[in-house]
Design a protein around this ligand. Structure first.
Ligand SMILES: Nc1ncnc2c1ncn2[C@@H]1O[C@H](COP(=O)(O)OP(=O)(O)O)[C@@H](O)[C@H]1O
Ligand SMILES: [Mg+2]
Length: 187
């Protein structure tokens, strides 16, 4: 599958990727020689039956998990060449990830959850971009509330907003907000 846009820019790419869990009789080959490209600036849905490897693919493409063999690229960076620290910095700067369970911190408000990755990086959001994304997901009235007990849709919005918390995202975002796996540039 080739996914480059008209300018040939690819947000993420897997080349001959395999991911094997476990050993011996318990071994599971979740990905088996997969090659796929995801273009910048597009929404892409990855669909398949439960257990077909969608989550594994998202984790590997986002640099949250290492592949057993093959190569994963985010933009022009080959993830296999990076140390854990370099991978952490790349995820912080270039990847927005909406976890299926959101992974919001219950002791922080929505605004604090949104700002957390930037705060860790010692940065502040670009005000116009922050406002634009907050309003796009309708979260402004809830910015001071904590996510605990929030309806699913509201938690999802905070997760979505957090995944786009920085200045304009450079790369696409892995998204599971609808219980399916997709890869897109959010705004
Ligand atoms: N951490 C893990 N340890 C062992 N097996 C796993 C692990 N994660 C996923 N698997 C297995 O890998 C296969 C693909 O899983 P997954 O990527 O979660 O699929 P999907 O998201 O499409 O439902 C399944 O057989 C699953 O049981
Ligand atoms: Mg899954």
């Amino acid at each position: 599958m080739t996914g480059a846009d008209a300018d040939g820019r690819v947000a993420a790419r897997a080349v001959g990727v395999s991911r094997v869990y476990g050993e011996g009789e318990a071994q599971v080959r979740a990905l088996d020689g997969l090659s796929v490209e995801f273009p910048e600036g597009r929404f892409t849905a990855v669909m398949g039956p439960s257990g077909s490897g969608k989550s594994t693919l998202m984790h590997c493409l986002a640099g949250l998990d290492r592949v057993t063999s093959g190569e994963v690229w985010i933009g022009g960076t080959k993830l296999g060449d990076l140390s854990e620290r370099q991978l952490t910095l790349l995820r912080r700067e270039q990847v927005g990830f909406i976890f299926q369970a959101y992974n919001l911190l219950p002791t922080l408000t929505a605004a604090e959850n949104i700002g957390l990755p930037l705060a860790i990086a010692g940065k502040k959001p670009e005000p116009a971009w922050y406002d634009r994304v907050i309003d796009a997901v309708g979260l402004r009235p809830r910015l001071g509330h904590r996510p605990t007990g929030s309806p699913t849709t509201r938690a999802c919005r905070s997760g979505t907003r957090r995944s786009t918390r920085r200045t304009r995202p450079a790369r696409s975002t892995g998204c599971w907000r609808c219980s399916t796996s997709c890869w897109h540039s959010p705004w």
